[in-house]
Structure formats: C-alpha cells, structure tokens
Design a binder for this molecule. Structure first.
Ligand SMILES: Nc1ncnc2c1ncn2[C@@H]1O[C@H](COP(=O)(O)OP(=O)(O)OP(=O)(O)O)[C@@H](O)[C@H]1O
Ligand SMILES: [Mg+2]
Length: 464
C-alpha cells in the first residue's frame, strides 16, 4: 500500500484501521480536525489504485463545501500537498462537476447531492462511494448510494466521515450502542486530540468552548441534543409487528402530494381505545393517475373517508384547475388537512409521547403492561410493513432547520423543520391533525422532546 507511505502522511492508528477496513460500509465519526477527511480521501486513493478501471464517487451535501474543502484537500492540497498527486491524474474534466481519470483507468467523480433527487443519484454504477460529513444527508440518500455499489472492478465499499449528530440514522446504522447497527458496519470513533498534528493553540481554543458544544464537536460524542423534531420516537416502542386489522377499526388516509418530489400516502387505523396505527404507506414520484391507481389498490373495497391532504392541492392554476380535481377525476376525494406546521408537529409529539400509567394495547408485543421500564404506552404506532419504511426512515432524520448565529439572535425566529425528505412526515402530520388530541392528561414533556430548540441547541448554534 505504497500511497500510505507518502512522506507527509503517516496514518494514525484509527485512520489506518479505517483505510484498511474491508467492510462494505464504514464511518469515521470524529471531532473537528481529527483527520476525518484525510482518512476518507486516502481510502479513496487506495481503492482507485487497487482496483484499476473502477468508478468512485466523492460526495458532499453542498457544492460549496465540496469545492472548498473535500475536493480541495484531495486534488489541490490545503495546508498539505494534494492527497492525489497531479502525476497520478491522466485527465480532468469539469462537466457536471469535477471528474478525474487516473493513469490506471480509474475514475473519481466529485459531486454534491443537494439538488439531486434519487432518480438522478441512481445513474452510474460505482465501485466505491465516499461521503464527507454524512450527517448532512439522509439515510435514503446513503441507501441509494449503497444500491449503486456494483461496478465490476470493485471494491464495492461505501464510507463516510462526519461529526456525530446525536442519535440519528448514522448512530443507528453504525454505533453498536444503538442496539440495531447494520451487520458488518464498521465505526471508527476519534476525538480531536487523537490527531497530534493540530496546533496546541487550536485545541486549546476548542477546549475553551461551551461544554455541550465540545461534547459533540471535540469529543465526537453521539449523546448530544441533536435537534430531532420527534425526539419521543423510539422504533423499539413505536414500531409494531404486522397483524390483521379488525374490520371494526376505523380507517384513515393522508396524502402529501409531490410534483417534482415523491407523493407520500399513509394508511392508518384507529383501535377501540383510540390508538392510531399506521399500517401501510406509498411513496413514489409520478403522475396523479399512478398515485390514484396505487391508492385504490391498497384501499380495496374499504370505504375510506376523504383523504387528508396538503391544502396546496386545492390551489387553482391559471386554467382554474387544481391537483385535487385531478384526483377527483380518478375517484379519490381529498379533504383540506390542517396545515399549521407548529401545531401539527406538537400534536404528533403528543401522540408519540408515552403516557404514565397507560398499558400498551393488546396488539403490541408489550400488551397490557407499562413496558419494561414502566413508563407507559404512547398512542401512535407504525406497523413494520414495507410500505411504512420511508416513514420509519424519515422520522429519526426529521430535524429542526439549523440556524446561523445571525438568525439565532432574532428572538422571533419561527421553529421550522429542515426541508429534506420529509414527505411521509408531512403526511403523518395531516393524519394526526385529523384526530383530536390524545385523551387523558397530557404527560409532562421530556426536556429535549421536540420544541425547545432555543434552549437545547442555542448553545451549539451560537458557537458558530
Ligand atoms: N496522519 C496525518 N499526518 C499528517 N497530518 C495529518 C494527519 N491526519 C490529519 N492531519 C492534518 O490534520 C488536519 C485536520 O485533518 P482533516 O482535515 O482530515 O480533519 P477533519 O476531521 O476532516 O477536519 P474538519 O473537522 O475541519 O473537517 C489537517 O491539517 C491535516 O493535514
Ligand atoms: Mg473534514
């Protein structure tokens, strides 16, 4: 592995373990300056050299961060020489982003994925994919990349480097402590100080910052407030195995219509104690006709009330037509859902919150008990069905929009979700808003359960 013997780069033990890992998926979760990007970059170089003729992707959420940081470190050099020296590069093209071809025929594409939809992502086959700062993307994007790892030249590996961002999908997928990591996923964890190449003054500055900030950005801890909107969500509790729904339970439907984005539809049932279980879902881009056909196929002969839908489907264009009319032509009646975002987010939180003294429903694995920890049952559940997968993936990734320091200082800043892969979450809001608040006394909210970002996250945002 001669490239690792470049005179200036002596991999640190964790960098070496990461670069040499043969896992299909690995993640280097580290503090600021812990050597994340260099690890990912050298792993790309090694893969490109060891697998002549392969195609690799180096990706990052924004084109600015890609050009100014990741790509610069790899191709132009930052405070060090470039990871891929110019004499290894046979050709460089700037069409649709930078692409280089090495003398051994391997290609590396540098792309941002902020404006990509999945259809665009699913273009070429890749031999490897490297995503820098992977918590900026969603698990759907990561899975889309994994699905393209089939270039015949290999090595069929995807790796990521990132600062941790709480108990998000990266934690779930890679961290053994999540209880549900992907089989074979490999995690390297490196606090900043493990990199001896940083200046002592820089490290001292980091260590002078607020404790909560240091915990995430220097100690690289996953156990920090992560800005999750529905922090009550716990797949161990809210996801239930599939079961036959009794005919006597009411059925409900909701829809978030996408024009360029996928359309998300959810189907739910209300049990005799008014608990709500989402039992199926649909998540596809396409035309109204296709959506309507899918909706009718799932409905069968069941008489559903009008579908709770995003009010924008009733907005009429110049021709006097609206999306709801189109659905109506295909036999689907839409109803205007309550779309106040803050109220909807809060209402879903209430339905997800565990209620003291309330036993789990008879159809839950913890039926009739208050759960192993005695904290009681929530009122909203999702069945473990293939159709509900997008919803189950979106909920842990549904985050508050990050605030810049300038915006943070405005006292009236509204609480807004980050607009990214949230179509199923929107549909869930419409569904829940069609129901009253869950009966019984509202339990006290957990300290980081949902809204109080100004308190739990202000510390982090202020430090930028
Ligand atoms: N093994 C090494 N040998 C020499 N220098 C190194 C090594 N690892 C990291 N460095 C240097 O440490 C600094 C930080 O490395 P790098 O940019 O890879 O870290 P990072 O964790 O991606 O940082 P950031 O948090 O800013 O994204 C850079 O100056 C880099 O050149
Ligand atoms: Mg970096």
């Amino acid at each position: 592995m001669t490239v690792l013997d470049q005179t200036w780069f002596k991999p640190l033990p964790k960098q070496l373990a990461f670069i040499q890992s043969g896992s299909r998926e690995c993640c280097y979760a580290g503090g600021f300056g812990s050597g994340k990007t260099l690890s990912g970059a050298f792993k790309a170089l090694v893969a490109a050299l060891q697998h002549p003729g392969t195609v690799g992707l180096v990706a990052r959420q924004t084109s600015g961060a890609l050009a100014d940081n990741t790509q610069k470190i790899i191709l132009d050099g930052d405070d060090k020489p470039p990871v891929i020296p110019a004499d290894l590069v046979a050709r460089r093209s700037e069409k649709h982003g930078t692409t280089i071809t090495l003398h051994n025929g391997s290609e590396i594409l540098f792309r941002s994925f902020q404006d990509w939809n999945e259809t665009k992502l699913l273009g070429p086959n890749y031999g490897f994919v490297y995503v820098d700062e992977v918590t900026e993307c969603t698990e759907r994007v990561w899975l889309a990349f994994l699905s393209r790892l089939r270039h015949p030249a290999g090595p069929e590996q995807a790796w990521a480097t990132t600062n941790p961002n709480g108990h998000d999908w990266v934690w779930r997928r890679f961290h053994p402590g999540s209880g549900q990591p992907e089989a074979g996923a490999f995690l390297v964890h490196a606090p900043t100080e493990e990199n001896p190449h940083l200046s002592p003054a820089y490290v001292a500055w980091l260590r002078a910052q607020p404790a909560e900030w240091q915990k995430r950005f220097v100690d690289a801890s996953f156990d920090t407030a992560s800005g999750q909107i529905w922090a009550e969500w716990d797949s161990q509790i809210h996801v239930v195995p599939q079961f036959e729904l009794p005919d006597s339970w009411r059925r409900l439907e909701s829809l978030d219509h996408g024009r360029r984005n996928p359309t998300a539809v959810l189907w739910a049932a209300v049990d005799h104690d008014s608990s709500l279980v989402v039992f199926d879902g649909y998540y596809e881009p396409g035309l109204v006709e296709q959506h309507a056909t899918a909706i009718k196929a799932t409905r069968g002969l069941w008489p559903y009330p009008p579908v709770q839908a995003d009010p924008s489907v009733f907005v009429r264009g110049f021709d006097g037509q609206c999306v709801a009319d189109e659905y109506a032509r295909h036999g689907i009646t839409l109803a205007r859902a309550a779309n106040d975002v803050a109220t909807g987010l809060n209402r879903v939180s209430e339905w997800l919150t565990r209620r003291e003294g309330e036993p789990f429903p008879g159809w839950h694995p913890w039926a009739g008990t208050l759960g192993p920890d005695g904290r009681g049952s929530p009122r909203l559940f999702v069945m473990d069905a293939a159709g509900t997968l997008p919803l189950r993936q979106e909920i842990p990734d549904y985050r508050w929009r990050d605030l810049s320091p300038a915006v943070e200082s405005r006292a009236d800043q509204p609480e807004e979700p980050r607009k990214k892969d949230d179509h199923a979450c929107d549909a869930l809001r419409y569904l829940v808003m069609s129901r009253p608040r869950p009966a019984g006394q509202a339990p006290p909210r957990a300290p980081d359960a949902g809204m109080p970002r100004q308190h739990s996250r202000g510390l982090l945002a202020r430090a930028f």
